[in-house]
Design a binder for this molecule. Sequence first.
Ligand code: MRU
Length: 338
Amino acid sequence: MKMQFKTIEYNKQNNEIIILDQTKLPEEEKYMKLKTVEDMYNAIKNMHLRGAPLIGVAAAYGVVLAACSDSSADVIKAADYIKSARPTAVNLGWAIQRMKDKIGDEKNLFEILLKEARSIENEDKESCRKIGEFGTDLIKDNSKIMVHCNAGALATSGIGTALGVLYTAKSRGKKFEVYSCETRPLLQGARLTSWELTANDIETYTICDNMAATYMPDMNLVLVGADRIASNGDTANKIGTKGLAIIAQHYNVPFYVAAPISTFDLNIKSGNDIPIEIRCEDEIRKFNTKGIVAEKAKICNPAFDVTPASLITNIITEKGIIKPPFEHKIEKATKNVQ
Ligand code: MRU
């Protein structure tokens, strides 16, 4: 299955990265060029590209930008700087570590790092494809499926994780409807998921986040992505995911997480240790640049929440479907993966 857009592409001739600017969607399909490490840091921080796997791939190419001219020591500094752009998606630190592990003496540094970045990108594409293959059996004909945020092709360099499952199911001839939560405050569901699903002829309803409990009793399953999964299966994903999981359990609706092995963090035992990004107040205070909140009101803006493992039915990975109890199975699945 081929998407009609490319989220990221490295141009060796000009040592630049071309990304689809996701802040402009769905009005404009506009591409932007990133030429420096600072450009990449800002693109990740300001979410011109986003989604855990894509952030990892982009970060790796960001290191390549530095390797074109800098010494090994400076490339390491650049890598650490890119890593600091966003704290929650573990794919960012994971990709940066893979790149740093390849930094030795200066000889052939650029080619070595470019090769590694390309491997990270190709592995991401392949993981998405396999997640789609493993997940497709969970989609029964005529299902209604609730999704949150954007865990699609826009969030990866391949066909996506959660939405990759849907594309694969569609290619097998299955019929289903998707209910996409708008995902306040940055509207990844409304702006991005509805755009890419409808572009691929998948019947999509966009609902406001506060309509989830109303529609949940009609759902056959909930399917979401992940930014970091702890050793025990606790899963950080876009804010609002935990609420969906609680509602799904209330109505006995299966709740599936789709994520590549690079999203697991075996260094942490539980979700309590996952760092949650707090984003700027204006994302809540303003709507389309217009102020909508009383000036004296304070703002909370955590970008992610943690769904306890006990609310998750299965985790779909490129190594297969992990069923509870998760702990030892997660350890086993993550072995032999870089
Ligand atoms: O803040 P974002 O848009 O980067 O958050 C993205 C998500 O929460 C996705 O669900 C997650 O990264 C998985 S993407 C395959």
